[in-house]
Design a binder for this molecule. Structure first.
Ligand code: ZN
Length: 325
């Protein structure tokens, strides 16, 4: 099937990324469309189908060249039925049958998984995974997502909610509220939003000079990037905030490491662009908290695919499906 193409779809709340990908992982074409969640999201899958048809026409190809569509969706997925249990952001009713509807309009086989799981599969296939079959992927963006891969397979759990790393409780008492309804989740302290909140709170109880105070005076907000940039320049308060972020992330990753002992833990998402200013203290805390064999054998690496991880991993769903037959 080397001349055939797989469609990888990364369905997001505002934007949907789509790519035609060969089974060797080479991207033929990738593009984005808006996600139209009006009218209970009834246009979303139709728009994806129409957009695929348009691009095929542009490339002077027919649907014959496509072997199937892999799709990553933001929520817990019933893999057998290809439905999403709950997707409030997309406007869909509960248990929305993605595979059935998209398969119906396109006439192609459709395999669906959670978007964070797809990002993990993408990194395994073409990114920082570099051949590792046991890996954990943590995406630090506006929220915190996770995917756990054991022996090349995503760990899904009984209701598709395995790998919800962002909602591991790291502050058991008096933690900040999380979008999930709990408090003190990892997401509340290590997402871009969480880091920004910690920094904004910290300047009000910090009595020395700090670059972060100037940034707040000028912009009335402090971004996660501001914190990492200032820490890199040696700002003491910023260094303390990064240390706090690294502490909680290191704690959570060490506990995950003790459960899975993966070859690699891959950190992706916008926050991972901080690079060594985060990775150095993170490695230190990971070493402190992890069981010694885990500390010695599990490495922490930065993701390499950026925003493309999702479409690669979605395409991998079809590739893996074909190869298992
Ligand atoms: Zn939570």
């Amino acid at each position: 099937m080397s001349h055939k193409w797989i469609v990888g779809v990364d369905l997001g709340g505002t934007t949907t990324k789509i790519a035609f990908i060969q089974d060797n992982g080479e991207i033929i074409l990738k593009w984005e469309i808006d996600t139209d969640n009006s009218d209970f999201g009834k246009n979303i899958l139709k728009n994806i189908s129409d957009s695929i048809d348009q691009k095929l026409e542009t490339l002077k190809q027919t649907k014959e060249i496509l072997v199937g569509i892999g799709l990553g969706a933001p929520g817990a997925i019933d893999l057998e039925k290809g439905l999403i249990y709950e997707a409030v952001n997309l406007g869909w009713e509960n248990n929305y049958p993605i595979a059935e509807i998209l398969g119906g309009v396109t006439g192609l086989p459709v395999v669906v998984d959670n978007d964070a799981n797809c990002a993990a599969l993408g990194e395994m296939w073409k990114g920082a995974g570099n051949g590792a079959k046991d890996l954990v992927c943590v995406t630090l963006g506006t929220g915190v997502g996770g995917g756990v891969i054991a022996n090349g397979q995503i760990v899904h759990g009984i209701k598709g909610a395995a790998g919800e790393i962002g909602h591991i409780t790291v502050i058991p008492e008096n933690g900040a509220p999380c979008n999930c309804g709990k408090t003190g989740c990892l997401e509340t302290v290590t997402s871009a939003t969480g880091i920004s909140r910690i920094a904004t709170e910290a300047i009000h109880t910090y009595y020395n000079e700090s670059k972060l105070k100037m940034i707040f005076e000028n912009n009335s907000k402090i971004s996660a990037k501001d914190v990492f940039d200032s820490a890199r320049e040696g700002d003491q308060l910023a260094i303390e905030i990064v240390d706090k972020v690294a502490f909680y992330l290191g704690l959570a990753l060490a506990n995950i490491g003790n459960v899975c002992n993966p070859e690699k833990i891959i950190i992706g998402g916008g926050v991972s662009r901080a690079g060594n200013v985060l990775l150095n203290p993170l490695n230190q805390y990971f070493q402190n908290f992890a069981f010694s064999t885990v500390a010695q054998s599990t490495s922490i690496d930065i993701a390499t695919l950026g925003n493309d991880a999702g479409v690669y991993g979605a395409a991998w769903l079809i590739k893996a499906n074909l190869e298992s037959k």
